[in-house]
Design a protein around this ligand. Structure first.
Ligand code: WTA
Length: 651
């Protein structure tokens, strides 16, 4: 049986010293040093000592982190790298992430602690103790089992930001099913493609969710998507908004009805999983073609997100942690659902828009619920900054002790505003660089590390990152190049679901032995990393990761469009915005009305976030001789920049 040690209050740092990282060292540029308050209290006091230890003994460092969690059976090997790049962390071990998120706290004092405080956009509130959350997860796990869901089956989850999204994910993991969460802001084509590819038999959704005072009609989208997905037998619907939805008899069931059945008992055995059994898949857009299903596993993923959340955000018993992302993206998977439960934290979740009904909504929530750590995206900060300081200044934000950012590079202006106006110059900002694929924070400070606005500082313990040129040679200091990772880490993706060959090709073949991130970056004299942006066909709109291919295929699905190209251009609030170029079919002529129709068309098919800022009609698109669209050239033209090397351009 698992060791029942619950280690919530005092996960131990590898080594503690009073000296503070970097203080004795003169750093270049605009540097923010931590206050004595922060350094005295921080869990990681001597960053350098831990980094040195992990650099010398990668396996030893991760084994120590893993030992703070419970295992049904310990590993034979911390890292089995005999079949690179298919790394197996904690090979031979048995566990289940849900055992560590919920089971191990039962019958200890932690069961009475709040696991989740949730606020709906209309103002309704729900709270779950660790006891209550465990019980509801058990009930829903039993429902899924009764529906025939077995270990290894895929379940699609398409939900608003409500507690049941976490419950559904945890219930799947508990019984060994693989969840595939599709962001609730995606629309019918995106949902259908992801259900089809994963061959899910069950879809969990809701009658809708609240966003900006309006109902997002998720069930309707599911109906449209499922009509074309023969694998789906069952749709489970959470009642959230109480507006009327069509229920198809024999296929659709209300969540609250199922949860009342005798079969939905509050006790459920947690499935014993191999550490390298899949936990979930999450679709994300890549360099080319269709979105790919990134697969994460129970063991290594659990250790990676536990360690990073504990050390980077320094979570303590008294904290109220708010990761303001959506559970439908990796940030929500790792740091709303699994991570906070692994460290035994109290996590806050809010359903709606930051500015609804007024631009002070977030600030009032921080005040009312005593949030101590806020983790969000630069786009949200810039969006709120636009309304001025008077909105946050009306609220008492003194509960905050740490801030965080993720999703795209943060411009120093937004960083400084966040630091001064929200953090009152006392909260260090953890700028965490990572990806769906990495599962956990990769380049990130911990609270005592001196900060430079716009830099994620240095790689986390045990990690090494390099910046290389096209041939794989390291670039000189301050020079831009490709960001690659050179050592494995426990939360790394295990493969692309059912496409191992693409996994190798996409991430490990350009620079053999090195993981290619798809980002460009530079490193300064102090060894600090500065992420510049994607070098592939990924567009980051408001921090959301979208692929040009999906947007383009939505455009060409309109009868007027023969060919289309999409690119991302800088945008003041969104970071990047989508610009698209269309060649029309014969018989159609350009007009502002048609441009608007195409924007709406993409919104309806892909989701509002994918709606292009602008649609431009063109006679031809710049292409290589082999027929590939040269988005780089389109980008340069749109910005009035030199077009660079166009020798491969088609005549
Ligand atoms: C970008 C989100 C700069 C980067 C967790 C990466 C960032 C992509 C940062 C992954 C950051 C993420 N600073 N850029 N702190 N965090 N990115 O998969 O381009 O949605 O490759 O994961 O977001 O996006 P994804």
């Amino acid at each position: 049986m698992p060791n029942d040690q619950v280690n919530v209050k005092t996960p131990s740092p590898v080594k503690e010293q009073t000296q503070t990282d970097g203080h004795d060292q003169q750093l270049s540029g605009d540097v923010y040093y931590p206050s004595p308050d922060v350094t005295q209290q921080a869990r990681v006091k001597d960053w350098q000592a831990i980094a040195d230890f992990a650099a010398q003994d990668l396996r030893g460092y991760w084994a120590k982190e893993a030992e703070e969690l419970s295992w049904f059976q310990k590993w034979d090997e911390v890292l089995d790298d005999s079949d690179k790049p298919f790394f197996k962390w904690f090979a031979g071990a048995k566990t289940n992430i849900v055992y560590n998120c919920l089971d191990r706290y039962q019958k200890t004092g932690v069961q009475n602690k709040l696991a989740m405080v949730w606020v709906g956009e209309p103002g309704d509130v729900r709270t779950y103790s660790y006891y209550a959350l465990n019980r509801e997860v058990n009930q829903f796990a039993n429902v899924l089992k009764a529906m025939g869901v077995k270990k290894g089956d895929r379940v699609t989850v398409y939900m608003p930001r409500i507690p049941e999204i976490a419950i559904a994910m945890l219930a799947c993991a508990k019984i060994g099913a693989i969840h595939s969460v599709v962001y609730g802001g995606f629309s019918v084509d995106a949902l259908q493609g992801r259900i089809e590819d994963s061959e899910s038999r069950v879809v969990v959704t809701a009658d809708g969710g609240w966003m900006n005072g309006k109902i997002v009609e998720l069930k309707k989208t599911v109906d449209d998507a499922v009509r074309r997905c023969p694998t789906v037998e069952t749709v489970i619907v959470v009642r959230r908004t109480h507006h009327e939805v069509k229920m198809e008899s024999g296929r659709d069931y209300w969540y609250h009805d199922l949860m009342k059945l005798p079969v939905a008992s509050g006790k459920c055995q947690t499935e014993v999983m191999d550490a390298n059994d899949p936990l979930y898949i999450l679709y994300t857009s890549g360099t080319t073609g269709k979105p790919k299903a990134i697969q994460h596993v129970h063991g290594g993923y659990m250790v990676g997100i536990y360690s990073t959340l504990k050390n980077v955000f320094d979570l303590r018993d008294e904290d109220r942690w708010w990761c303001a992302a959506d559970p439908g993206w990796v940030t929500g998977h790792s740091y709303i659902v699994y991570g906070p439960l692994l460290v035994g934290a109290t996590s806050f979740m809010y359903e709606g828009a930051p500015t609804y009904p007024y631009p002070n909504r977030w600030w009032s929530l921080i005040e009312k619920y005593g949030i101590t750590i806020l983790y969000t995206a630069p786009t949200a900060i810039r969006g709120l900054m636009r309304f001025g300081e008077s909105w946050p200044n009306r609220h008492d934000l003194s509960s905050l002790r740490l801030l965080g950012t993720v999703g795209e590079p943060i411009n120093p202006e937004a960083w400084k505003w966040y630091h001064r106006v929200i953090g009152k110059e006392k909260c260090p900002i953890m700028d965490t660089w990572w990806q769906t694929e990495t599962g956990m924070f990769m380049i990130t400070p911990t609270p005592t590390v001196p900060l430079k606005p716009g830099s994620g500082t240095r790689p986390y313990f045990g990690l090494t990152a390099e910046i290389v040129d096209d041939q794989g040679n390291p670039t000189p200091t301050d020079e831009e190049g490709y960001l690659v990772l050179t050592r494995p880490w426990p939360a790394m993706l295990s493969t692309i679901y059912r496409d191992p060959e693409r996994y190798v090709r996409q991430y490990w073949s350009k620079y053999p032995g090195k993981y290619m991130t798809g980002d460009s970056a530079k490193r300064d004299v102090d060894g600090y990393y500065w992420i510049i942006g994607r070098v592939d066909d990924v567009i980051k709109v408001s921090g959301y990761r979208l692929g040009t291919a999906e947007i383009e295929s939505a455009l060409v699905s309109h009868p007027a469009v023969a060919e289309a190209a999409a690119i991302g251009l800088p945008h003041e609030i969104k970071g990047q915005a989508i610009y698209s170029y269309c060649i029309l079919r014969a018989g159609h002529s350009p007009s502002p009305e048609l441009a608007e129709e195409l924007r709406q068309h993409v919104g309806q098919h892909m989701g509002p976030i994918a709606r292009p800022e602008q649609v431009t009609f063109v006679e031809k698109l710049p292409k290589t001789r082999s027929g590939k669209i040269m988005r780089r050239v389109l980008k340069a033209r749109a910005q009035g920049l030199p077009e660079g090397d166009v020798t491969t351009l088609e005549e």
